[in-house]
Design a protein around this ligand. Structure first.
Ligand code: 2HG
Ligand code: ZN
Length: 458
């Protein structure tokens, strides 16, 4: 007699070939644990389809057998959204790696969901264009993953989030039906915005197999400044001045002394500036005129608001390194997997939010270290909490997310809800809103097979 498990594994193997159904624990280990090491699930099998037809057949088979699935891209998510915590089958899109076309007239890129952000950037750059999205995990994060989570990243201030880049999509529903909206049109108002709905759905509505993304014309030259400031208000006013002077903001990132010291310790880097300020602002700007002269002029005229600054022509990887090394340095320096809370507040609130957060945390959780950094001009801070004991993760998360709510913010600015924030969904959405999301989900995946335990599950 065959067990149900054996039969699903062999049915999947018939569709994708035995080499693409992974069951060996050593091999599946990398698919069932998240990047932070906190979310650890288990699975009978990881299935790796190589085409849309195979994804469709896999989903139709699982649908017939009532088997639940967690879709997964590069597994770079930070909220446990693509980890099979309840033993679901993992559907990895990593083999959907075809870059089909870069269209230089309509400025679009058509590619499989498993293409990485870095590969898509390379393809676009060969034509003097670029992807509108960039993030530190570019070498592993996939296009399907950034669309599923509606990723933001360091270029969002200029180009908008991933949803804004998405012109077309091909996706497979939980019963195996393939839905395609695929037109190189920036204006197309026929009915509901289905690509927009699937973007940010975190794999709960469909498995994304192909995407059609808008490409941007990159600024020919940029200037990067690392600026020592005393307050968030000074940082925001400086950003405002740069824009009002006619410079285009390519990125604006805030770091704290605590965060930069940690990065320096971990990478053995020297202090980036002579002045030891509580905050550092990293801005990248572009413009028509002599951008460097204009930037220097603005920094100089900012008076006491700028304590010190270093300016370099972009891409300035040495300056960016202090910012981009935060995530891995934090993981390496924390004695427990860090609690990562990715929040946003209106700009008017962000200074108050930040200055009151750390004292509040220290009072309640004296052993916890907080490192905050992020996309300041989007009002988005990454609150990273180090050395949090397993039994205090929930309380410390609750503390921060309620603090966010008091400042009119969002509990998930760019990483998504996943498992990490699912218990706090009502802090971000009203009961009616959550009900409507449940109805949408029930209409599209009535059997509740796709990533069943995240977002509003039934
Ligand atoms: C970033 O902005 C990513 O670098 C990761 O969103 C943030 O590690 C984090 O908390
Ligand atoms: Zn970020």
């Amino acid at each position: 007699m065959t067990s149900p498990t054996l039969s699903i594994v062999s049915e999947l193997a018939e569709i994708v070939g035995p080499a693409n159904v992974l069951t060996d624990l050593d091999v599946t280990a990398g698919y069932v644990t998240d990047w932070t090491g906190h979310w650890r699930g288990h699975t009978e099998a990881v299935v790796r389809p190589g085409s849309t037809a195979e994804v469709s057949a896999v989903l139709a088979t699982c649908h017939r057998l009532g088997i639940r699935i967690v879709p997964q891209g590069g597994n770079t998510g930070l909220v446990g959204g693509s980890i099979p915590m309840e033993g679901e089958i993992v559907l990895s899109t990593q083999r959907l790696t075809r870059i089909e076309r870069v269209d230089v007239v309509d400025r679009t890129l058509a590619a499989g969901a498993g293409v990485t952000v870095a590969q898509a950037q390379d393809a676009a750059r060969q034509h003097g264009l670029d992807l509108g999205i960039d993030l530190a995990s570019r070498d592993s994060a996939t296009l399907g993953g950034i669309v599923s989570t509606n990723a933001g990243g360091i270029r969002m201030i200029k180009n908008g989030n991933t949803r804004k880049q998405l012109l077309g999509i091909e996706a497979v529903l939980s019963d195996g039906r393939v839905v395609t909206r695929w037109k190189e049109l920036v204006k197309d108002n026929v009915g509901y915005d289905l690509p927009g709905l699937l973007a940010g759905a975190e794999g709960t509505l469909a498995v994304i197999t192909r995407v059609l993304l808008r490409l941007i014309v990159p600024a020919p030259r940029t200037q990067v400044a690392l600026v020592a400031v005393s307050t968030v208000g000074d940082a925001l006013r400086l950003v405002d001045r740069l824009e009002r002077a006619g410079l285009t903001l390519e990125a604006a990132e805030l770091m704290t002394r605590t965060g930069v010291d940690l990065v320096r310790r971990h990478h053995d880097l020297r202090a980036p500036l002579a002045v030891d300020s509580p905050l550092l602002l990293l801005v990248e700007v572009s413009g028509q005129r002599d951008t460097q002269a204009l930037l220097l002029d603005i920094l100089e005229k900012a008076g006491e608001a700028v304590l010190d600054a270093a300016v370099e022509e972009g891409p300035a990887p040495k300056l960016w390194r202090y910012r981009e090394s935060h995530t891995e340095s934090i993981s390496a320096e924390s004695s427990t997997p860090p609690v990562k809370l990715d929040i946003s507040t209106p700009l008017r609130e962000i200074e108050q939010f930040l200055t009151t957060l750390t004292p509040g945390l220290t009072e309640k959780f004296p052993n916890v270290r907080a490192v905050c950094f992020g996309h300041i001009a989007d009002g988005n801070l990454h609150v990273n909490l180090l050395d949090v004991q397993e039994n205090e993760r929930e309380r410390v998360t609750d503390f921060v997310l309620r603090h966010v709510t008091r400042h009119d913010g969002s509990i998930s600015a760019e990483h998504g809800v996943g498992r990490a924030k699912a218990p706090w969904l009502e802090l971000g959405r009203s009961p009616q809103d959550i009900d409507l999301m449940k109805s949408i989900r029930a209409a599209i995946d009535p059997a509740g097979l796709l990533n069943p335990h995240i977002l509003p599950s039934r």
